[in-house]
Write a protein that binds this ligand. Structure first.
Ligand code: ZN
Length: 267
């Protein structure tokens, strides 16, 4: 399932492709009929995704990878494995066992509040997976819903969660930007003409997710190649300016504290 990174980028949230993900898995994934949402039960502190090593490499008694995707507290998506993962056995649903479903392990101790940005990214990731594999929002399940001995993801109301997925699948509007944007934005660099770094890819992904990148722009090189370019070339600056105009911002082509929150919103 080497499309999984492209699926993640389409959400518009930041993505980390964990080294080796394309060849990681317990054999190839036979099919995708559902999605199982988990929490890591990892440490309550310790960065964005302290459970990465466990999810990638396993723990005593259970070999990794444990799930195809990880999800950090900041909403960053970690692409961990393209193959089958050990995230739900036994399953009470034929569409949600290890051979028929994709697992997402979101960082949360199981007893702490969920940041709004993380839940929004969780919903967006599920929606893009559904879109990719032709699934309805009803195929998104909590681990506890398909394995009666499990509690996770604790604190998430799955009916509301699935309703959010359904809204995104229908292309409709989602909730307005919550206050988390300020917290995220202070860690993001100023991106302007000729910037050349990883966060330029985030700008590209967000513009695409907002429907601001016309198909002819990536028709030649391909969408994935376009999204992965780290340089802010003149074409990208023009797209940023057009986006800023639509959003009622100063159309200066620079992505900073004013523009990042608009780009990062789940729209
Ligand atoms: Zn679980």
């Amino acid at each position: 399932m080497t499309k999984l990174a492209a699926v993640a980028y389409r959400t518009g949230y930041p993505v980390t492709e964990v080294s080796g993900w394309r060849t990681r898995g317990h054999g190839p994934q036979p099919e995708v009929q559902g999605i199982v949402c988990h929490h890591t039960a990892g440490p309550a502190a310790g960065g964005d995704y302290p459970s990465l090593n466990v999810v990638r490499s396993g723990r005593p008694g259970l070999d990794g990878p444990l799930s195809q995707f990880g999800l950090g507290r900041s909403g960053r998506i970690y692409v961990i494995a393209a193959g089958r993962c050990w995230h739900n056995a036994p399953s009470t649903s034929p569409w949600h066992d290890n051979s028929s479903s994709i697992g997402i392990e979101a960082e949360n101790s199981g007893s702490q509040p969920w940041p709004a940005v993380q839940v929004d990214a969780y919903i967006a990731l599920c929606a893009e997976i559904c879109r990719e594999f032709g699934l309805s929002a009803a195929r998104v399940k909590a681990h506890r819903e398909v394995n009666t001995s499990k509690p996770d993801p604790r604190g998430i109301d799955m009916d509301k969660f699935r309703a959010g997925v359904a809204v995104l699948l229908a292309g409709g509007p989602s909730a307005p930007a919550p206050s988390w944007t300020e917290e995220i934005v202070k860690d993001l660099p100023l991106i302007g003409p000729n910037a050349d770094n990883y966060d330029v890819k985030t700008v590209r992904g967000c513009l695409f997710a907002r429907g601001r990148v016309p198909a002819p722009i990536y028709a030649t090189s391909g969408l994935e190649a376009w999204l992965n370019r780290t340089k802010a070339d003149p074409e990208l600056v023009e797209l940023v300016k057009a986006f800023q105009s639509v959003e009622g911002l100063d159309a200066d082509g620079w992505v900073g504290p004013q523009t990042w929150p608009h780009l990062l919103r789940v729209a």
